[in-house]
Design a binder for this molecule. Sequence first.
Ligand SMILES: [Zn+2]
Length: 376
Amino acid sequence: MGVARPHGGKLVDRSTTKDANQLFSISVDADLANDIENISDGIFSPLEGFLLREDFEKVIAKGRLSNDLPWTIPIVLDVDKETATKMKDAKDVALNLNGTNFAILHVEEVYGFDKNKTANGVYGTTDIKHPGVAKTMSMKESLVGGKIDYIKRPEETQIRRYRKTPSQTREIFQKAGWKTIVAFQTRNVPHVAHEMLQKASLNTHDGLFVNPLIGKKKSGDYKDEVIVASYETLIKHYYPQNRCYLGTLHTEMRYAGPKEAIHHAIMRKNFGCTNIIIGRDHAGVGNYYDPFASQKIFDDYPDIGIEPIFYPAFFYCKKCLSFASEKNCPHGAKFQEQLSGTKLRTMILEKQHPSEYMIRPEVFKILMNWENPFVD
Ligand SMILES: [Zn+2]
């Protein structure tokens, strides 16, 4: 074993020095611009652009690309019919964010799609209250497929300091001499239980890649900067420095539960990870998914090329005198110290200090001192 092979065998690189300023241009939003950058950097390898119809339909129906490679989340560009026609005529189209033409799409195919079928295939439901379904239902009617070329990244910001490309992380892992690398997906500030879960994997693997997901948030979620600052502090004080690496992944949560667990695994494989921790209800929302569906789905993907590690939730047990789980502790709820997200939020707002078994004091200090750590 070494650093994992990229998904599909080859790391995609779609960066270019071409000029797009004479082209017909369309605007995209920041979330889509992130994903276009992800395509260019090879985070979505083997995708080189937006899905063509054959790939799209098989992703929805089977969770695989037309060449049978595992792929569960459609990466597409939706436009109205009129724009689609113009794009088809133009062939090469500039993609614009906030006035900058940052990429070129080479239009290969324009096609229609069935929204109900798409929602069902990805999210397993057509309930409009599901955020992914709501997004699908609000899509424009035409999809435009084709390869992209990437010209210009956004301005460097505080939060982009931790954004790394797969070729960068692969080099970092290789230099560190790690052969087995565990990815940890998160969109939360770290509780001690999360830390213990990550550290459990370090007993049996060489390196840990803490990879918070940065992107569109719901109101009440922690701000991206807060999550990154919390992890910086936690790692500095509590992790062996040569065994852990912090990098951010800039893409939106889809809340697709099991299908998204597979997507999360593929992206981390491209970063060079050999394993990914998949917890209870990974990437779930509300009660749409069986808590273990995100683990069970890996049975359908023996060929995915990254090994999942299934962990139960950890808690501190006052009788065991250690962090434990329902798998190894017989003592039951009355001995458990567990910190829920809701409980932590209340404690921050009411300035009560939680126990050190719940959250590290250095991390809690950051949350307390942030003017408003939550998304409005
Ligand atoms: Zn116990």
